[in-house]
Each structure stands twice: as structure tokens, then as C-alpha cells.
Design a protein around this ligand. Structure first.
Ligand SMILES: NC(=O)c1ccc[n+]([C@@H]2O[C@H](COP(=O)([O-])OP(=O)(O)OC[C@H]3O[C@@H](n4cnc5c(N)ncnc54)[C@H](O)[C@@H]3O)[C@@H](O)[C@H]2O)c1
Length: 401
């Protein structure tokens, strides 16, 4: 069976790697540079080893392509393209639309089309299906399903195989084909009653994280004014064996999901006349954390950071990945520069970013830890500056949130 995966990023390459153990997989992407790299057996994401990719290429079960006509003949097509926000912070379905156009124009046989990109309820039924039909050259009876992705890049305990997967088709045949496909490489498949339920569940999962992170971020500010150590309180609360889940404060949330997906849900709610004030406020509060951190550091330096050499440690959005999408470090650096500080950053996993390079962990006036990769030692951070503000709760002996 020939399977094509549109988008070879974090989600698409992961699916392609797992599926190519059982199917002949074509990974389609618009980026020629990425496709060339993948065809040389070089993986660009955590969790998919280059050796595995090279082996699949050698056996002929995987290849990457920029040629849209290569999609023709696919029996299953998985869509895994970005769903970001526009500059007005509204859902941006332009990548999905482009993928639909590619399918419509190039797939000339009936196929099962599965969307893995995150979007609001109704996207499969009211956007993907009509768009593909609009672009199709003839009346093809494609089947449509959704199976939202839950991969957590860099995580080792839960992966594609042992993370339960939700799915639902627009027809019983689409649901059945989806179950058959994923059952080859996923242990637990959960069918829900409609694609809209699956789409909403994905958004709610990430909204749950966002509001709980916002809550703990607000609590960190409260604990500070009360003169209580936030981590000690969280650890104490976490001794309750039920009804409590520990989230950690930070300089903000990053990545492609938590800062973005709840806005898809809020937008869908507001479009249908339901207020989403709680979700909106959680997002704002998380965005405000970077300013809060910089203000705390400034307050510890007589209210001004002008001319201070500040080293930001960790610019990836979370530990042990090189992903800088929506990273809170960008906001921290911006606020620091607006305050007149001279800013450099250290993150050897990221290496280069925004035309700047990682600098050594040394000789700063102030160090602010935004993300701590496990390879970075707390002792080295403490030696890098006389004042260290730790936004991660992992550097004992520093000033903390
Ligand atoms: N990264 C995660 O941890 C994660 C987890 C769950 C769900 N998701 C969701 O999965 C979707 C994909 O996210 P990602 O992290 O894999 O994105 P990504 O940015 O890592 O990769 C997307 C890839 O798609 C390619 N692309 C864009 N438009 C294309 C098109 N029209 N045709 C072919 N290729 C195209 C890009 O070049 C890029 O390589 C998003 O909706 C995201 O919200 C991501």
C-alpha cells in the first residue's frame, strides 16, 4: 500500500518513519533543502534517528519528494502541515488549503485522506473536504478522517506507539480505514463519534495545559509577594494523591501547540457566540511572564538594566529540543533589549538563531535561565554571572520565580 505524508516536519516525519515499517511511504514537503537532507538519511527532529531513516531509504520503504505528482496513486494521504496564527492572532489555514490544493490537483485515484494537523472543530468536514473537491479535476470519492497528533518531541516515555490515538472518519469506511492504518504502529486507538469531537479534544488537551500553566504562573507571582517559595508549595500540594496535577511556572509557554491551539478554540467559541474569556486571559498571562521576569531582575538591580551584560540561558522553547518556535526566550530578550541591556544567549542545541550565535556560558553581569537542557550544568550557570535568575526551578542557589 502506498502512503503519502504531506509535510515532513515534527509530525509528518514521525508518522512517515513509523508507517514506513509497514507501508511504502512518500514524504512530500515544499522545502527542497529539507527533502534533500531527508533523502540523504539525515533526520532533523528529535525522536527519529538518522540511522532509521537511512535504513528505510535503503530498503525502498521511504523517500522524500518535492514533486506533487508523486502523490498520485497513494491509497492513504496524511496531512501534517503547520496551523499557526496570522499576525492578527487568528487561525491560519493557508498551509492546509495549500495541501488540499496539492491533493486535489494531483491525486487522481480515490484515497483515504487523514488530517493530523491541529485545527478547530469542523475543519475536516467544512474546509478540507470542500477544498479538495474544489481543486479536484474530476469527481473522486475520497474518504476523509481526522486523527489529531499527540507527539511530544523529545519525550522518551511516550511515543507514537504507546500514546493512545483518537480518530474519526466522515463515514464508517473512513473510520475503519483509519483504524487499520494506525493499528499497524499504534497500540491503542480510540474511535470517537465524529471528527468534530476528535478536533475539539485535541484543542481542549492543549487548552488544559495552557490554563494550568497560566494558573501556576499567576501563583508564582502571588507566592513571591507573600514571601513563600513557589516550588516548596507546589511540592507540598503534589503530596495529595488525587485531584491535583503539578504544573511548573516559567518565563512563558512556547512551541507550536500550547501558545497557539487554545486560540483556535477561543476563536471557534467566539465565532459561535460563546465567550472564551478564561482561555484568552490564560494566554495573556503566559505572554506577560517574560516581562514579569525582566521586571523582577530589574527590581533586583535598582530598577534599571541599562548597559548590563545579560546572558539568557536556553532559547529553545523547552528542555532538550532545538525548537525555537514561539519561544518565551524571544520575548525575554526583547524586553531586556528594550530596557537597555546588552544581551547574548547560550544554547548549543539551537546554535544559531535570528542571525545570532550561541555564546559561551561566561562573564555576564546577569544570567537569566529560560530553558535548561540536561547537558547544561547548574554549576556552570552559577559561575557565569554573580546574579542568576532561574525561570526553570532547576538551578539551586539562584534567585527563582
Ligand atoms: N510539533 C508538535 O509537537 C505537534 C504535536 C501535535 C500536533 N502538531 C500539529 O501538527 C501540525 C504540523 O506541525 P509540525 O510541528 O509537524 O510542523 P513543522 O513546522 O515541524 O513541519 C511542517 C512541515 O510542513 C511543510 N509544509 C508546509 N506547507 C506544506 C505544503 N502545503 N505541502 C507540503 N509541505 C508543507 C513545511 O515545509 C514543514 O517542513 C500542526 O498543525 C501542529 O499544530 C504538532
Amino acid at each position: 500500500m502506498k502512503v503519502s505524508v504531506i509535510g515532513q516536519g515534527y509530525v509528518g516525519l514521525t508518522i512517515a518513519a513509523y508507517a514506513s515499517e509497514h507501508f511504502e511511504v512518500t514524504g512530500f514537503d515544499l522545502s527542497e533543502k529539507l527533502v534533500n537532507q531527508l533523502n540523504q538519511g539525515i533526520s532533523h527532529i528529535e525522536g527519529i534517528e538518522s540511522a532509521l531513516l537511512a535504513e528505510r531509504i535503503k530498503s525502498g520503504s521511504y523517500r522524500a519528494t518535492v514533486k506533487d505528482s508523486d502523490l498520485d496513486g497513494s491509497e492513504i494521504i496524511v496531512i501534517a502541515v503547520p496551523t499557526p496564527l496570522t499576525s492578527n492572532r487568528e487561525p491560519d489555514l493557508s498551509f492546509i488549503e495549500q495541501a488540499c490544493k496539492t491533493i486535489g490537483l494531483n491525486v487522481l485515484n480515490p484515497a483515504l485522506i487523514i488530517n493530523e494537523s491541529t485545527s478547530f472543530p469542523g475543519t475536516l468536514r467544512n474546509f478540507i473536504k470542500p477544498k479538495i473537491e474544489e481543486y479536484a479535476k474530476s469527481d473522486l470519492e475520497h474518504k476523509y478522517a481526522i486523527s489529531p497528533e499527540r507527539v511530544d518531541p523529545g519525550r522518551t516515555d511516550f511515543n507514537q506507539k504507546n500514546t493512545p490515538r483518537l480518530y474519526s472518519g466522515l463515514s464508517p469506511e473512513a473510520s475503519e480505514g483509519t483504524r487499520e492504518f494506525y493499528s499497524k504502529f499504534c497500540d491503542a486507538l480510540i474511535q470517537v463519534s465524529s471528527p468534530e469531537v476528535a478536533e475539539a479534544a485535541k484543542l481542549f488537551e492543549n487548552t488544559f495545559r495552557q490554563v494550568n500553566i497560566a494558573l501556576v504562573n499567576e501563583f508564582a507571582q502571588i507566592a513571591h509577594v507573600l514571601g513563600i517559595n513557589v516550588y516548596e508549595v507546589l511540592n507540598a500540594a503534589a503530596t495529595k494523591p488525587y485531584g491535583f496535577m503539578k504544573f511548573l511556572p516559567s518565563a512563558g509557554v512556547g512551541g507550536h501547540c500550547i501558545p497557539v491551539d487554545p486560540t483556535y478554540l477561543a476563536n471557534a467559541a467566539e465565532t459561535h457566540g460563546a465567550p472564551a474569556t478564561f482561555i484568552r486571559r490564560a494566554n495573556e498571562l503566559n505572554l506577560e511572564m517574560s516581562k514579569y521576569v525582566v521586571d523582577r531582575v530589574a527590581a533586583d538591580h535598582g530598577g534599571s538594566l541599562k548597559g548590563k551584560n545579560v546572558l539568557v540561558v536556553g532559547v529553545a522553547y523547552k528542555a532538550d529540543v532545538a525548537d525555537v518556535r514561539e519561544t518565551a526566550a524571544a520575548h525575554v530578550i526583547l524586553h531586556l533589549r528594550n530596557s537597555g541591556a546588552v544581551v547574548s544567549w547560550h544554547d548549543e542545541l539551537v546554535g544559531t538563531w535570528n542571525g545570532e550565535s550561541s555564546t559561551p556560558l561566561a562573564s555576564a553581569d546577569i544570567c537569566i535561565v529560560v530553558t535548561k537542557h540536561s547537558s547544561v550544568k547548574a554549576e556552570s550557570i552559577l559561575k557565569s554571572a554573580p546574579y542568576v535568575f532561574d525561570g526553570t526551578g532547576t538551578v539551586t542557589g539562584s534567585v527563582n520565580l
